[in-house]
Design a protein around this ligand. Structure first.
Ligand SMILES: [Zn+2]
Length: 348
């Protein structure tokens, strides 16, 4: 064996030894034990959720027909979780993924859609900042999530059609309990987020959180706003300083659709007059009609021309931290015998 072969053998041995170690240390669970699904679209969003797991599992679900997805499995509190990612961005891909999960994991009771989104600052009602968290909670005239681009053009206006399912009652109730904790200043969110942000790349970013006036557009083509800051005509929207860096939670309407909203004019137009709208995102509408689901988004931009990437990882960690805090509020599975998502859609 020459030295190249010897090196190759050592790499193989190291890989096999690591794989063997993982096989021994990660427990396998049956697909029937899984009762919660979490959907993320982008890799860094899924990693933030994985970092929030108390334990990782393996699982080998039976599959009818071609195998289309690889999943991750873990535990948060008493919940055994499947973490799934659609192949591409968009509600249609998300719906396909959710339908497959529903078929392969019949005991899943509810889902969380966790990721990042573009905030809709609407002062003073919604003083949304980068790194804050948006939750789709039903209001007087909406179910917590709407497809903003699904409707018909009438003579002088666009009329939304369709109506997404509301989140399941247990998740609305758990969110309400977290809201009480926030008011009493005893929310577990900041402690969980502190742990997640010790991971590489997920720390609170050093890039300043600036909201520009809607009429002032991004100047240079680069990712940062150095050119905008150097411009004499720049105009920041004044927002009172916060006493700490912890994210605030904004509960309201999340707008779901196929497009990336990147300028203030569209941001206001596509809000469709809903004062309660807090966030744009691109998957959740495809999931909520397949599995009862609460939508959670970390705010990583303001859906304007200054959209940049510096806050993405931290915002994903904030959303994952909220997801964990929420699940820890809920006891373990409480299924009726032989219950399935189909049954639960009617009962939760
Ligand atoms: Zn800019």
């Amino acid at each position: 064996m020459d030295s190249e072969d010897a090196d190759s053998q050592r790499i193989d041995d190291a890989y096999n030894s690591q794989a063997e170690h993982q096989r021994k240390s990660i427990k396998e669970i049956p697909s029937e034990a899984i009762t919660v699904a979490i959907f993320c679209t982008l890799a860094f969003e899924a990693v933030a959720v994985k970092y929030s797991f108390d334990e990782e599992f393996t699982c080998h679900p039976t599959c009818i027909g071609p195998k289309n997805y690889l999943y991750s499995f873990g535990r948060i509190g008493n919940h055994r979780i499947i973490l799934a990612r659609p192949h591409h961005v968009g509600p249609v891909q998300a719906a396909h993924c959710a339908a497959t999960v529903r078929q392969q994991f019949p005991n899943v009771q509810f889902a969380l859609s966790i990721g990042t989104g573009g905030g809709i600052p609407h002062l003073p009602r919604h003083d949304i900042r980068l790194g804050d968290i948006a939750i789709g909670i039903p209001g007087d005239n909406h179910p917590g999530i709407l497809e903003y681009d699904f409707g018909k053009y009438e003579q002088d206006r666009f009329v939304l059609k369709g109506c997404a399912n509301k989140p399941p009652s247990i998740l609305i109730s758990a969110d309400g309990s977290l809201e009480e904790d926030e008011i009493m200043e005893r929310s577990p969110l900041s402690k969980i987020l502190r742990t997640l942000t010790t991971r590489p790349k997920y720390a609170h970013p050093y890039v300043e959180d600036i909201l520009y006036d809607a009429k002032f557009h991004h100047i240079n083509k680069g990712d940062d706003c150095n050119g905008c800051e150097a411009a004499t005509e720049k105009n920041h929207v004044y927002r009172p300083p916060r006493p700490h860096h912890q994210p605030y939670v904004h509960r309201g309407l999340i707008l779901s659709g196929n497009g990336v909203v990147k300028n203030p004019r569209d941001r206001d137009l596509l809000r469709r007059g809903y004062d309660d709208a807090v966030c744009f995102e691109m998957e959740a509408a495809g999931i909520v009609d397949e599995i009862p689901c609460l939508v959670v988004r970390g705010i990583c931009n303001y859906a304007d021309t200054h959209k940049q990437d510096a806050w993405r990882y931290y915002a994903a960690a904030a959303a994952a931290a909220y997801g964990k805090a929420l699940l820890c509020k809920i006891d373990g599975p409480h299924m009726r015998q032989n219950s399935s998502v189909g049954d639960l859609v009617r009962y939760v």
